[in-house]
Design a protein around this ligand. Structure first.
Ligand SMILES: Cc1ncc(COP(=O)(O)O)c(C=O)c1O
Length: 451
C-alpha cells in the first residue's frame, strides 16, 4: 500500500493557474480610495514592480513560471502528497484522506512559493530591498530567504504578539539576512497611531510596511497573501495535487484548507475550481478559519482597505472592518480582517464553503494528527485538520467512501509554546466580539455597495 505520492522534479508546473477569467459575474475592480475610481497601475507602481502589477490584473488563463523561479522551486518542490492511513484508522472512517504537505519548504510552509516569485520580479525591475509584514513569521522568513537567494535586502514588520511568542522565527529571518521590527513600532506614522494596540495585527503591520516602501525609492513592498498575484503563485500546490492524486488513482470529493488571507487555500483549490467549471467535476471546497477571526463566516461583503490605517486600494471582500483587531490567537497567520477578493467572490457565489474552528478544537485535532501521522502542524494548518476530521466523521456517519484532500500548509516547529500552553490546559478560546466588529464595520470607507 503506497503512503507517499512523489512527483519527479520535471513535474513542477511550468505555468501558474490564473482564476480571474473564470470568476463568476463582472469582475469587481479594486478602487482608489481618494477618487472612488478603479485603481490603475499608477496606483500600484510606487510599491510593486510592473511584472507583478500585470499579473494582478491579467486575464490570461495561465501565466508562465520563469525558469529561474522553477530552478529555485526545485529545492523543495514537488512537495509530497501523503495518504493519512493512520488517521483514517484512528477515526475509523471509510473516507480516504490525503494531505499535500507544504512544510517541506526551507521556511516550513507554502509561503516561499510566492516569496521567490515576488523577489524575482522585483529584482528584474532593479529593486534591491523589499519591505513586508509577517503574522506567524512564516511569510517574513520566506521573504527573507527569497531575498537572500536574489541578493536583496529584506525588512520585516512582525506582529507584536507573534514577535513575543516566536523568537526563533525572528532568528530565522535574521539568519537569512533580514531585519525584524516588533509592530507596532515608532518608526512609522502608522505604527505610532496604533500604539494603543501593543499586540499588533496583520493590518497594522501591513500599514507600516507600505508606508516605508512608499517613501523609499529603492524599496518595494511585498504582500504574503490576499492579492491576485500571490494566490496565482500558490497554484503550484493545486496543480501538483491533481497530478499526484492521479498517481493514487483518485480525485477529491472535497478539498479543505485554512484561510488567513486566503493564498494557500486559493492555490490549493483554484486548479480544482477550474476543473469544476470547465471539466464538469463536482468537488466541494471548504475553507477553515478561526472562530476568533471569522471573516468568511461572519464578515460583511464590502469594499474595504487591506490594511488598518487605510493606505491600500479598496478591495471587494468579506471583512470584519479594517481596524478590527482580532484577539491574539496562536494561529497568527489567520489573524486578518479580510480575505483574498478572488476567494471571497467564489464564497459569495456559493462555490466555496467556509467553517469557523475554535483554537482548542484545532489543537486537539493537531495533536491527534501528530500522533497518527508524525508531523506537528502549524496552528494555522490545525484549523484545516479539524475541518478535515469533521468531514471524515460525517462520511462515516453516512457510510460514504469520501475522498478528502487536505492542504497541510506548514509545520509547527516554531509554534511549540502554543502546544505547551495546550498541554498545560492553558489554551483558551478567545472570544470574537460581535460588538467590536459592528463598530469596525461602522467605519468602513465610502464605496459602492456590493452586497
Ligand atoms: C502555516 C501557515 N498556513 C496558513 C497561513 C495562512 O495564510 P494564507 O491564508 O494567506 O495562505 C499562514 C500564514 O502565515 C501560515 O503560516
Amino acid at each position: 500500500m503506497t503512503t507517499k505520492y512523489l512527483l519527479d522534479e520535471s513535474r513542477i508546473p511550468t505555468s501558474w493557474v490564473n482564476i480571474l477569467p473564470d470568476l463568476p459575474g463582472e469582475p469587481l475592480p479594486p478602487l482608489n480610495p481618494g477618487t472612488g475610481q478603479p485603481a490603475g497601475p499608477e496606483d500600484l507602481t510606487p510599491i510593486f514592480p510592473m511584472g507583478l502589477i500585470e499579473q494582478e490584473v491579467s486575464a490570461e488563463p495561465e501565466i508562465e513560471i520563469p525558469e529561474e523561479v522553477r530552478e529555485i522551486y526545485k529545492l523543495w518542490r514537488p512537495t509530497p502528497l501523503i495518504r493519512a492511513r493512520r488517521l483514517e484508522r484512528a477515526l475509523d472512517t471509510p473516507a480516504h484522506i490525503y494531505y499535500k504537505y507544504e512544510g517541506v519548504s526551507p521556511a516550513g510552509s507554502h509561503k516561499p512559493n510566492s516569496a521567490v516569485a515576488q523577489a524575482y520580479y522585483n529584482k528584474q525591475a532593479g529593486i534591491d530591498r523589499l519591505v513586508t509584514e509577517t503574522g506567524a513569521g512564516q511569510w517574513g522568513s520566506a521573504l527573507s530567504l527569497a531575498c537572500r537567494l536574489f541578493e536583496m535586502e529584506c525588512e520585516v514588520f512582525m506582529v507584536g504578539v507573534s514577535y513575543d511568542q516566536k523568537p526563533y522565527r525572528r532568528a530565522m529571518i535574521e539568519t537569512w539576512g533580514g531585519t525584524v521590527h516588533r509592530s507596532p513600532t515608532d518608526l512609522t506614522e502608522a505604527g505610532r497611531s496604533q500604539a494603543s494596540h501593543p499586540s499588533g495585527s496583520l493590518g497594522i503591520a501591513i500599514s507600516e510596511a507600505v508606508e516605508i516602501a512608499a517613501k523609499s525609492p529603492d524599496a518595494n513592498y511585498a504582500l504574503g497573501s490576499v492579492l491576485n498575484h500571490v494566490c496565482l503563485h500558490q497554484t503550484v500546490i493545486g496543480q501538483e495535487s491533481i497530478d499526484a492524486m492521479e498517481m493514487a488513482g483518485e480525485y477529491p470529493d472535497v478539498v479543505v484548507g485554512c484561510v488567513g488571507g486566503g493564498s494557500n487555500f486559493a492555490g490549493l483549490i483554484y486548479p480544482f475550481v477550474r476543473a469544476n467549471l470547465r471539466g464538469g467535476r463536482t468537488t466541494r471546497f471548504l475553507g477553515a478559519e478561526p472562530a476568533a477571526c471569522p471573516t468568511l463566516t461572519k464578515g460583511r461583503y464590502a469594499y474595504d482597505f487591506g490594511d488598518t490605517v487605510g493606505m491600500t486600494p479598496l478591495m471587494p471582500m468579506y471583512t470584519l472592518g479594517h481596524d478590527f483587531v482580532p484577539p491574539p490567537v496562536h494561529a497568527g497567520g489567520l489573524r486578518y480582517h479580510g480575505d483574498a477578493p478572488s476567494l471571497c467572490a467564489l464564497v459569495k457565489a456559493g462555490m466555496v464553503e467556509a467553517t469557523a474552528v475554535r483554537q482548542t478544537e484545532a489543537f486537539a485535532s493537531a495533536v491527534q494528527f501528530a500522533s497518527c501521522e508524525g508531523i506537528i502542524p502549524a496552528p494555522e494548518a490545525a484549523h484545516a485538520i479539524r475541518a478535515t476530521v469533521d468531514e471524515a466523521l460525517a462520511a462515516k456517519e453516512v457510510g460514504e467512501e469520501r475522498v478528502i484532500l487536505l492542504g497541510l500548509s506548514g509545520h509547527g516547529h516554531f509554534d511549540m509554546s502554543a502546544y505547551s500552553a495546550y498541554h498545560a490546559g492553558e489554551l483558551e478560546d478567545l472570544e470574537f466580539s460581535e460588538a467590536d466588529m459592528d463598530e469596525a464595520l461602522g467605519r468602513l470607507p465610502e464605496a459602492p455597495s456590493i452586497a
